[in-house]
Design a binder for this molecule. Structure first.
Ligand SMILES: [Zn+2]
Length: 429
């Protein structure tokens, strides 16, 4: 006998209400069981062990299927950009500082399938970092290196991640840092590259000393405290200017950078500028590691007018770092044996004024600077060759600038002078 439709509807309604009730009870239980809060109010959920989402892949393939995490990268070979992309799996990169720039750099290299990353930082993730990319609110309170490792292993379990939760500038840690540069690779040899993504002069100088000593190629990066400019720099000991070759203004003026910190004032930061600088840094890294394109010696970024000065800086023969001087001699000797390369990156005949300072305000190039532009025009190259990007002409450059560029330039100069003056006054008090 067929059921009465009225009964059926009642039965269904009761069952539905029962399910909703159970669901609501379960949700309440979930809320009660949600991660405990620490005394600082931070969730401790981030302290769980990293969970890779898949098994490691032994041999990467170029097969175009939705499940292959390397198909888009291997396509670079088919497109003729990179000759042997798989070589990236043999490479080791040390990243010093995994803050707003370094964490994004580490993520990009992880997604590109780098062989190994060695991360150095001694900071903790804070809610105040959430204006930047990479870290999640539930990681607040964790050390940056542990939080980074957790995320990176989840994204790509093929990458080996080694972390050091310490400050490289102290004596003991410096020794470990140098040891990792020397023996940190996948075959216990030298790392392929060191990337500096730190936010202070002392740490940059420490990386500089270590890399000059170890004859280690590295790249420096920085974002200004006003969040609207940044730069990257390729440093090959002996061949290009090291960080000490042209000291930043703060050092030249004998000002202790700690005295420049103003109470109640913190550096501004934007995820945009940091991502642009991280992108430039990783692009230069990929070109260096996989041998394609042209490695930039220096790229600046002025976000206010979208200006990207590109330059090359020769080492200073009277650099204060004795290891830098030794590397310069070695390079000169080596150069006499090498054949000249007609498409090498242009270099300055004179050292340029280092644009870095405590506030890292990157100025537009002065018209009297920039001898590189004369050597960098296509007319100096063998017939049929030309640079992908022509540098800006250096003669009467100011006349060619837009009113916005001139205004920004003047503003930055006056701001920098004001900050240095303030620091001097503070010091004499
Ligand atoms: Zn030097």
């Amino acid at each position: 006998m067929a059921k009465n439709p009225a009964t059926t509807i009642k039965e269904l309604t009761d069952r539905l209400n029962g399910s909703l009730g159970r669901l609501s009870a379960q949700q309440s239980a979930d809320i009660e069981q949600s991660p405990p809060r620490t005394s600082s109010g931070f969730s401790t959920v981030g302290q769980k062990q990293p969970v890779p989402y898949r098994e490691k892949i032994q041999k990467i393939s170029a097969e175009v299927v939705d499940s292959n995490p390397y198909s888009r990268l291997m396509a670079l070979q088919k497109m003729g950009i990179v000759k042997d992309y798989e070589k990236i799996r043999e490479k080791t990169v040390a990243v010093v500082g995994v803050g707003g720039v370094g964490s994004v750099v580490a993520e990009m290299l992880t997604r590109c399938g780098i062989g190994k990353l060695i991360l150095f930082d001694y900071d903790k993730v804070e809610i105040a970092n959430m204006n930047r990319l990479f870290y999640q609110p539930d990681q607040a309170g964790l050390s940056k290196v542990d939080a980074a490792k957790q995320t990176l292993i989840h994204v790509n379990p093929d990458v080996q991640i080694e972390v050091h939760n310490f400050n490289i500038t102290t004596m003991d840690n410096f020794e470990t840092f140098v040891d990792r540069i020397r023996h940190g690779s996948l075959t216990n040899g030298k790392v392929d590259l060191v990337l500096s993504c730190v936010d202070n002069f002392e740490a940059r100088m420490t990386v500089n000393v270590a890399c000059n000593e170890e004859n280690q190629i590295w790249m420096e990066s920085g974002v200004s405290e006003n969040a609207v400019s940044g730069h990257i720099q390729y440093i090959e000991p002996g061949k290009t200017a090291c960080f000490a070759c042209v000291p930043p203004l703060v050092v030249a003026s004998n000002i202790d950078e700690r005295t420049l910190k103003r109470e109640g004032v913190c550096a501004a930061s934007l995820p945009t500028t940091m991502a642009v600088v991280a992108g430039f840094l990783v692009m230069n890294t990929l070109k260096y590691l996989l041998n394609f394109g042209e490695i930039s010696h220096y790229v600046g970024y002025n976000a206010l007018v979208d200006f990207f000065p590109r330059d090359a800086i020769k080492p200073n023969p009277s650099c204060e770092d004795s290891h830098c001087q030794a590397r310069q001699k070695e390079y000169e000797e080596r150069k006499t044996l090498e054949k000249p390369n007609i498409v090498s990156t242009p270099t300055h005949d004179e050292p340029v004024v280092h644009e870095d300072n405590e506030f890292e305000i990157v100025l537009l190039e002065d018209s009297e600077e920039g001898t590189a532009t004369e050597t960098a025009t296509s007319s100096n190259l063998a017939s049929g060759l030309k640079y992908a990007y022509e540098p800006q002409p250096n003669v009467d450059q100011r006349n060619d600038q837009t009113p916005a560029q001139i205004a920004t330039h003047d503003l930055l100069i006056s701001l920098k002078d004001k900050l240095i003056e303030e620091a001097k006054n503070k010091r004499t008090k």
